[in-house]
Design a protein around this ligand. Structure first.
Ligand SMILES: Cc1ncc(COP(=O)(O)O)c(C=O)c1O
Length: 379
C-alpha cells in the first residue's frame, strides 16, 4: 500500500490475517466455547475499534478490554456484544460501566457497593486468585464478597474467571494445572455460596486455548494469537509436540518513510551523545520515528529496518521523533521511500519477536507500545 494519505508513519493491519486467526482459534475451541477477542491495549497496537469490528465479523462473540475508557470507545462497534473490562475500574467510573452495560471483573467489596449505589442492574465477573498473585480473591474473601452481592438483587454474578501465571514461559505446565484445579474448586465454592449456577466461566488465554481444551469452559480470552503471534517460543514448541501448531498469520506491518538522505564521510559522529561514528564513507537516511512512536531507545545502534527489501542498521541513538539508518549498502535510496520497522518488505521480514529480542523485551510489549496516535490502516 502506498502512502498516498501523507502520514509519516502508519500501521497496516491485514484484515485477512485477523480473519484467518479468528477462524483457526474458533476451530480449536469448538462450537460450544465462545471466543473473546482481547482487544485491550489498543488491540495490542492493532487499533481498538477497527480490530474489534473485524474480529466480530469473523466470529468472535465477546470483547475483552482493559478499562472503562476502552469499553466506551469500543461500544459503538460492540453494539450488543458483551464486553468485559479485564483491568481495574476506579470506583468513580463504576457508574459509566453500568450505564453502558459492560461487564466488570470484580474482586473488591467497594466495587460492589459502588455498583449497588447506581441502583441499576449489572452483570459482574468475579476474579478468582489461583496463584498468579495479581487480581482476584481467595476462598475467604470470595465467600464474604458473595454474601455482600446477595444483598443486592440487581447485581448478577454472570462469570467466574482466573488467569494463568506460568503457561507461556515454560513447556512444563504443572503450575498451570494446579491453577486450573484451584479454579474448579473455587468455582464450586462460589456456586454453592451463590445458590445457583454461574454460567460464564473462563480461564484460557491464547496459550491455554491452543494447548489445553480443559481450560476452555464457556469462553476463551484470546489476545496475542488473534494477532498472529505466538505467546512464546515455549508455547510454539508445546503446540508442535502435540501436533497443535496453528498456522497463525501476523497481521501487523509498521511503516515509515525516508525523510532525508545524505552522504557522510568516515569518522563523522551520528546522533545525540555522538553515539555512533562512521567507520567508512556512508549514505545515511533519516527516518521520522523515535521513542515517542514506540521505537525503544534501547534500539539505538542495535535495531534494523527494511529499505528497498534490504536490511539497514540503525545508527546511533534513537531520538524522540527520529532516528538514523545506514543505507550505504542499499542502492537507489530516495526521499520518501517506504521503510518497514516491523513486518515484511519484499523477501525480508522483521518479526515483532526479532524487534523485541534485540532489546530484551517480548512481542507483546513491542506491539502494544506502538503509539496509539499513529494511524492504523486496515488492508
Ligand atoms: C486477564 C487476561 N486475559 C486474557 C489475556 C490474553 O492473553 P494472550 O494475549 O496471551 O492471549 C490477557 C493478556 O494479558 C489478560 O490479562
Amino acid at each position: 500500500m502506498s502512502n498516498s494519505q501523507g502520514a509519516k508513519t502508519w500501521v497496516e493491519v491485514s484484515s485477512a490475517a485477523l480473519q484467518n486467526n479468528v477462524r483457526l482459534l474458533k476451530k480449536r475451541i469448538g462450537k460450544k466455547v465462545a471466543l473473546m477477542a482481547v482487544v485491550k491495549a489498543n488491540a495490542y497496537g492493532h487499533g481498538l475499534t477497527g480490530t474489534a469490528a473485524i474480529a466480530l465479523l469473523s466470529g468472535a462473540t465477546w470483547l475483552g478490554v482493559d478499562s472503562v475508557d476502552e469499553a466506551l470507545q469500543v461500544a459503538p462497534v460492540a453494539k450488543k456484544t458483551p464486553t468485559l473490562i479485564l483491568g481495574y475500574t476506579p470506583l468513580a467510573r463504576v457508574k459509566d460501566v453500568v450505564r453502558i452495560g459492560a461487564r466488570m471483573i470484580v474482586y473488591n467489596q467497594e466495587t460492589i457497593r459502588a455498583i449497588a449505589a447506581t441502583k441499576k442492574a449489572a452483570r459482574i465477573h468475579i476474579k478468582l486468585e489461583t496463584g498468579t498473585t495479581r487480581q482476584g480473591v481467595g476462598e475467604r474473601e470470595l465467600l464474604s464478597l458473595i454474601r455482600t452481592i446477595r444483598r443486592y438483587p440487581k447485581i448478577t454474578i454472570e462469570g467466574l474467571s482466573t488467569h494463568y501465571a506460568n503457561i507461556e514461559d515454560t513447556t512444563d505446565h504443572a503450575y498451570a494445572a494446579g491453577q486450573l484445579a484451584a479454579f474448579i474448586r473455587l468455582a464450586a465454592v462460589a456456586e454453592k455460596a451463590y445458590g445457583k449456577e454461574i454460567p460464564v466461566k473462563h480461564t484460557a488465554c491464547s496459550a491455554a486455548a491452543i494447548l489445553f481444551p480443559e481450560t476452555h469452559f464457556s469462553v476463551a480470552r484470546t489476545g496475542i494469537a488473534l494477532y498472529g503471534m505466538w505467546p512464546s517460543h515455549e508455547t510454539y514448541i508445546s503446540a508442535k509436540e502435540r501436533g497443535a501448531a496453528l498456522p497463525l498469520q501476523p497481521a501487523l506491518t509498521w511503516k515509515t518513510i525516508i525523510a532525508q538522505v545524505k552522504e557522510v564521510s568516515k569518522g563523522t559522529p551520528v546522533s545525540y551523545g555522538l553515539t555512533a561514528r562512521l567507520t567508512r564513507n556512508a549514505r545515511i537516511a533519516v527516518i521520522p520515528v523515535g521513542y515517542f512512536d514506540g521505537v525503544d531507545r534501547k534500539y539505538s545502534s542495535v535495531g534494523t529496518v527494511l529499505v528497498r527489501g534490504r536490511r539497514a542498521p540503525i545508527l546511533g541513538r534513537i531520538c524522540m521523533n527520529m532516528c538514523m539508518v545506514d543505507v550505504t549498502d542499499v542502492p537507489g535510496v530516495r526521499l520518501e521511500d517506504e521503510v518497514v520497522l516491523i513486518g515484511k518488505q519484499k523477501s525480508e521480514l522483521i518479526t515483532p519477536d526479532e524487534f523485541a529480542t534485540k532489546i530484551g523485551s517480548f512481542n507483546y510489549e513491542t506491539v502494544t507500545r506502538i503509539n496509539p496516535l499513529i494511524p492504523r490502516r486496515y488492508v
